[in-house]
Ligand binder design. Sequence first.
Ligand code: ADP
Ligand code: MG
Length: 636
Amino acid sequence: MSEQATGERVAFKAEIKQLLDILARSLYSSREIFLRELISNASDALDKLRFESTRGAEIKDADAPYEITVGFDKDARTITITDTGVGMTKEELISQVGTIAKSGAAEFVKRVEAENGDASSVIGKFGVGFYSVFMVADEAEIVSRSFKPDAKTARWVSDGEGEYEVFELDEDRPRGTTVTLKLKEDAEEFADKERLSGAIKKHSNFISFPIKVEDEHVNTVGALWREPKSSVTSEQYSEFYKFLTYDGDDPLETAHVSVDAPIQFKALLFIPKREYDIFGLNRDDYGLDLYVRRVLIQRQNKELLPEYLAFVKGVVDSEDLPLNISRETLQENVVFNKIAQNVTTHVLKTLEKLAKDDEKKFAEFWREHGRVFKLGYTDYPNREKYAKLLRFNSSKAKDKTELVSLADYVSRMKEDQKEIYYFVGPSREAIDVDPRVEMFKRKDVEVLYLYDPIDELALSSLRTFEEKELKSADQADPAEIEKMPDANDEETTKAEPLSDDDELHFSSLVEKIKKTLGDRVEDVKVSKRLTGSPSCLVNPEGGMSGSMQKILRAANKGMATPKKIFEINKDHALTRNLLAIYKKNENDEFLTETIEQLFDAAQLLEGDLDDPHALVTRLNKTLEKSSGWYKSITEG
Ligand code: ADP
Ligand code: MG
């Protein structure tokens, strides 16, 4: 081949060098995936060409078949992979092969380290697949002819060390790309028909274009989603899933959808066993592949499913979309939007069925993908289906891992219970001892335990479930709960009722507390919800729950905390002591301090206490005194 004056030597950027370094050291056993990468590039190039052709672009060698040919020369220790796809010009070779987009290399390097040096499981995902050839080759050459009729043939060559060279060539050649690898000595096994065919069958069986090794067509399965369900085995689904996602595991769940009316489409949808970090490092790595009559229109289309179902992987293929539809106008297409709605419904139905048929598997799903799924509270049209799929921990669960649905809750509601109660806290242990759930326990009324702020956003935006209002426990009306029978029939030791005289004193003690706390509280009330605790703060009914205020405050730093109602437990021993002290001297200093202490403690539980210093100082003072008393008692 004659080199032209336009030839350029270009040094690789630092991160590519690092990448090449990793690949050179990569695991011997996974080296064969270089072939998968080259074939998927060839297949992409053919997909792109088909797309151009359906758009009516002018194409060189329009009659040449769409195919991939793999050849080898044992003696010369070379292999070649040729496709008749879009090809590349010299500039494209520089920008697409020579440079790596989206800092893919750096992310790739990070991930390989996380995978203990195994590049094969992640290489396809970072736009660096081509470079896997340097696991097996001393030198790689790309000769390419773009499909654009007046383009020039171009050549790229590198030994994978520090730089590459690109040229434009004088002689024309058929449309497409040939990659030639000069194999390393220890990789000569790949210059062999069986070895090549075997690796292709294993990794590239589902490529939808013919792959030929020495004229033999080796890939046999094409568009699996177009096959009748009855003829596809679960192994084939699994294989296809792995091919599509590079996941080493089988999918958790598979749905093969075939719809004929009112619109026609077929879909193959998978729920992975593991979460893919959708909103983390690999942000763009989600979406369904959209085909129109087997022509790939867009990989990882992000509008076929709402974001909260982004964990779903798969393929959608329709006959009812125009082949020349552009990716840009998809969203305005009525048929496309109907397909998207329908795909969403199918995913929700699949989950519903899973929840019904296999509780354990559904719990697995929830643990992996629940975090993302919960974001679906904004999907108004599907809110009923969405609500049925939500899961929470609850006071009736046997431990912190057991999951409860809203339907489970409703089935256990008390006869007169009209509302569904939930409470947000950092852990099961914390909610268990919170004063505001005491009355629910006393009455054996179930409370959903919410550990994630999103849970409450979800429930409060749903507002109701099966016409029952969803309510935060700190906003429940104690009178509603009081109506229900006590949990255990044995009379719980109730405090002595106050004499009429003491009732009066107590009322004026409440006034005293009100005066002490002043405009720091909305009101002070005798509590109907408390049993074991002396006091707590509650939110006025109709206002915002405490946890919701916290979310808003976190997002909106300057926001003031709305005033709350301070409730005091009349039957608590501490309160009774205060009453006695109050009766002796209504201006007793200890009394005022204790009121302040109770208020601060309630604020602390509510998450409203900004500065704990006053509380700690007071507590230390009290402990000092009480330890003194204790000492004098024990000394007799
Ligand atoms: P990725 O395929 O993830 O983009 P690769 O490193 O495998 O990353 O390839 C980089 C780019 O090189 C591709 O996106 C494509 O633009 C171009 N390319 C590679 N192989 C071919 C080919 N056979 N035909 C046309 N373009 C190709
Ligand atoms: Mg690739």
